[in-house]
Design a protein around this ligand. Structure first.
Ligand SMILES: Nc1nc(=O)c2c([nH]1)NC[C@@H]1CN(c3ccc(C(=O)N[C@@H](CCC(=O)O)C(=O)O)cc3)C=[N+]21
Length: 295
């Protein structure tokens, strides 16, 4: 069994990006600038956004963080987004999710300029992805593709089962694995909360990508020998014995599944760090496109 070391690969990618940025500086070009909007003070969201800012510093990007109160109106948030759309210094930005209930998330994502939508959540970019056009691929799915590629895991003709149909992981992943090329050319089954007899489906999977947010959901008995298991879950489970007061649990019953799987991502240290690196990669692409457009 091979553990897919997302932490290591994401570091490799950051080093590659840092080299690109160093070259940009040498040529006297503007370096990529990523901005993030965070609404409210959710602990996990703040951790993720902080790690994105830190990663920007690490590779030599400019970064800006806009913290907005939890009570902000939809209109005020849309104003902020328009401001970032208009700001030519910013190459890409993200609106950290989830948003508070008074705000219509889809309306907010629709307001982001598709050329700056480094999360790849705008309908234009999502559509382009589905049509195999060049675009920003959402960072988590992009990170999973990168892991499969760098570990040279065969996907052609394989049965890939995706568990969870969220717009940021499951849905795009199901599209990407079925596209032509590598990693792709898979036969994809997309499952969700109303799927019947899920074990019957998962036990036929060559590759399982799970993103449901239920700790230990995927058991050893649900997979076949030598399956490739990609765990996208991250749930904070309260734990008095740990210094932070919680432990991070994935969707896979790791300790048992590891004895049957061929490749397996750990949590933490698997898909999570890849998400951050691929966001940087998208921001680098955004800068490159803006430079070509003389912006
Ligand atoms: N607009 C938007 N874009 C996102 O990409 C986005 C978002 N909203 N909202 C929340 C989710 C979640 N997400 C993660 C990023 C990094 C780790 C990560 O680095 N995880 C570490 C551990 C982090 C920890 O200590 O909690 C790991 O798995 O090793 C996890 C999760 C991005 N998301």
């Amino acid at each position: 069994m091979t553990i897919l070391d997302g932490k290591k690969i994401s570091n490799d990618i950051k080093n590659e990006i840092a080299q690109e940025v160093a070259k940009m500086r040498e040529r006297g070009e503007k370096v990529p600038h990523l901005a993030a909007i965070i609404v409210g003070k959710d602990g996990a969201s703040m951790t993720y956004v902080n790690s994105k800012v830190k990663a920007c510093e690490r590779v030599g990007f400019e970064s800006s963080l806009y913290r907005l109160p939890n009570t902000i109106s939809e209109l005020e948030l849309l104003d902020k987004i328009e401001e970032l759309n208009q700001n030519d210094d910013i190459d890409g930005f993200i609106v950290q999710l989830p948003l508070p209930p008074q705000i219509d998330t889809q309306k907010v994502l629709n307001a982001v300029d598709p050329d700056k939508d480094v999360d790849g959540f705008h309908p234009t970019n999502f559509g382009k992805m589905a049509l195999d056009m060049t675009t920003f691929i959402p960072a988590t799915p992009f990170g999973i593709l990168e892991l499969l590629e760098r570990y040279d895991i065969p996907t052609k003709g394989k049965h890939t089962v995706v568990i969870g149909r969220s717009y940021i992981v499951g849905r795009p992943m199901s599209i990407l694995m079925g596209r032509s090329g590598f990693p792709g050319n898979s036969t994809v089954t997309l499952t969700h909360e109303f799927t019947k007899n899920i074990t019957q489906i998962t036990s036929q999977a060559d590759i399982i990508i799970i993103a449901v947010g239920i700790p230990d959901f995927l058991k050893k008995e649900m997979i076949k020998d030598d399956a490739v298991i990609i765990d996208v879950g991250i749930t904070r489970v309260p734990d008095e014995d740990s210094p932070k007061g919680y432990v991070i649990k994935g969707d896979v019953d790791f300790d048992n599944v590891k004895d049957r799987a061929s490749f397996l991502t750990p949590v933490p240290g698997g898909v999570g760090p890849m998400t951050v690196s691929m966001l940087l990669k998208n921001t680098l692409l955004a800068r490159e496109r803006h430079r070509m457009a003389n912006k």
